[in-house]
Design a protein around this ligand. Structure first.
Ligand SMILES: NC(=O)c1ccc[n+]([C@@H]2O[C@H](COP(=O)([O-])OP(=O)(O)OC[C@H]3O[C@@H](n4cnc5c(N)ncnc54)[C@H](OP(=O)(O)O)[C@@H]3O)[C@@H](O)[C@H]2O)c1
Length: 235
């Protein structure tokens, strides 16, 4: 078992569950935060990341058990709607979960990571952060904010030994979207649009995140690493 605990938000299912399982496989003590409070691996704690008090309380509970050396801000959601019908409240709701919660989680973890002598924060962004996607204005804006938050925190906390990296996936197959992504029409579209010719697996995102923790590359910080089968850079 490695020293210290790694917190994964949204570790109850989907990409977060795969990340929790990969980190546990590599010997990290994992604690998942989700509203359900369950975890694919390690311990699960109930927490709503859109509620600052809930995040602060959960991180205090984790810290009471021992040092915290990492945080994966993974919890997030996509709600599609035509921009002409998008209310300010709906826009802000998406920003609150996908972007504000990244700041709040990082801010609450910061004193503990510093006390542990440094650590790693991985934020799960999206390759939509640099694309114009019809019906996805709030999601795209929130994921662009994740890239900006990552760069600012990386610059601010580097001297504390804390590195911050944005892992930005493309289309990733999870339990929730498997039926959609494996349909004939979308499969043909992915085959044409994605150089690698398919959707990604949650385990591929998890292996990248796990490797970033395990390899501990001290000179790598502030970057957005795209894991999208080449879709975002494809002509
Ligand atoms: N799937 C993709 O194709 C894809 C592509 C690019 C980026 N991403 C990003 O990857 C991340 C995970 O996506 P996913 O597809 O794995 O989603 P998912 O299957 O819907 O899982 C979302 C996770 O977040 C948790 N969660 C949601 N709202 C929460 C809240 N308010 N407080 C605490 N936990 C909350 C959920 O648990 P509870 O419901 O129990 O709270 C669940 O564990 C997101 O940031 C997403 O934007 C996904």
């Amino acid at each position: 078992m490695r020293e210290g605990q790694v917190i994964v938000t949204g570790g109850s299912r989907g990409i977060g569950a795969a990340i929790a399982a990969d980190l546990a496989r590599r010997g990290f003590a994992v604690v998942s935060l989700s509203r359900a409070g369950t975890s694919a691996a390690g311990r699960g704690l109930a927490c709503d990341v859109t509620d600052e008090a809930s995040v602060a309380a959960a991180i205090r509970t984790v810290a009471d058990k021992g040092p915290i050396v990492g945080l994966v801000n993974n919890a997030g959601a996509h709600v599609g709607k035509p921009s002409a019908e998008l209310s300010a409240a709906e826009f802000e709701e998406t920003l609150r979960l996908n972007a504000t919660a990244v700041l709040v989680g990082a801010r609450e973890a910061y004193p503990h990571l510093r006390a542990a002598g440094g650590g790693l924060i991985v934020n799960i962004g999206s390759f939509f952060d640099k694309l114009g996607v019809p019906g996805s204005l709030a999601y795209c804006a929130s994921k662009a904010a994740v890239g900006a938050i990552t760069r600012c925190l990386a610059a601010e906390w580097a001297r504390d030994g804390i590195r911050v990296i944005d892992v930005a996936p493309g289309y990733i197959e999870t339990d929730l979207n498997r039926d959609f992504l494996t349909g004939d029409k979308i499969r043909a579209w992915l085959d044409k649009r994605v150089p690698v010719g398919r959707a990604g697996a949650a385990e591929e995102v998890a292996r990248l995140v796990g490797a970033l923790f395990a390899e501990d590359i001290g000179y790598l910080t502030g970057e957005t690493i795209y894991l999208d089968g080449g879709q975002g850079m494809n002509h």
